[in-house]
Ligand binder design. Sequence first.
Ligand code: F6P
Length: 360
Amino acid sequence: MPSLKKIGVLTGGGDAPGLNAVIRAVVKAAHNAGVEVIGLEDSFDGLIYPEKSRRLTPRDVTGILRLGGTILGTVNRGNPFLEPITTPEGTFDYAERVLEMFHRTGLDALVCIGGDGTLSISYEFFKKGIPLVGVPKTIDNDIVATNSSFGFDTAVSFAMEAIDRLHTTAEAHRRILVVEVMGRYAGWIALHGGVAGGADVILIPEIPYDLDQVAQCIRDRDAWGARFSIVVVAEGARPKGGQVSLLQEARGNQPERLGGAGMRVAKELEARTGKETRYVVLGHLQRGGAPTAFDRTLATRFGGKAVELLLAGQFGMMVANHPPDIVPVPLGEVVGKIRTVPLDYDLIHTARAMGVSFGD
Ligand code: F6P
């Protein structure tokens, strides 16, 4: 295998705390191995538009470990293969243009940091001949074949802190407080954030809920004197036999946008219990801010491993957290799947044993 001289690094999909930590690790590890790194802005757009790429040296990544967001920018554009791309040089098929520009830029390989969307796009390019390694990122924790993705721990920590704050006001006013958290079609953030924050009810997509059950749980709490309740609702939670709440239907190459689950639960619980109820949507606050120590460490390990795999010529892989190791997993085993919360997860059993209602 010819030795690696120049690699590109890009971030795609929704941002997650820890992206900059991966970029920093990639740049430093590659530089120390004698490999030049090109930062590609706004995901694969960095290959398409020459003005969106720049050389990254250790000097450029010093001090970014603790920063949320991504110094490279990112886009969340659904399926880019469906639409042609227009540049000052003309209009091109998206995939052909990326391939052509990859070779024109003189890159030997890519590190693609992203969630299931970006990893799927990367896998397509790998099959078309681009040597690359994927790095799993998502606050949702829903990427298969890895025990965790960076960003999740930061999102959960924020949700926990928000729930802590809501506890005091809920208790003071003897209200129900409903907290809607992100997570798409998986309940990881709701479950972990809810348990860490001491929620009384946790509604997750994996367990469709019945609000009569939830209302009964709240009445029972009132009966023994609690008189307030915290209800955590995953944005992808839905009633038994019902649909998820949407802010926007899928259109064109854009997937549907979830939202409204918390408001829906709050309104119905107020009607059923007669208790004053308020709701809060944590939204993008869960994606912002500095990554936790866990996410910084995981992101750094992922970045270092990605460079190690490229140097070893192990392409078409995703780095994965299999404690105590970071291991390569073929991208083909990852794409097109999501990792939901298993119903036999011990955290569900323990929460139930402690009286937490899942609304079923
Ligand atoms: O996948 C991360 C995530 O934050 C989901 O939890 C959420 O449903 C979605 O992205 C929101 O996407 P956007 O930032 O495009 O509205």
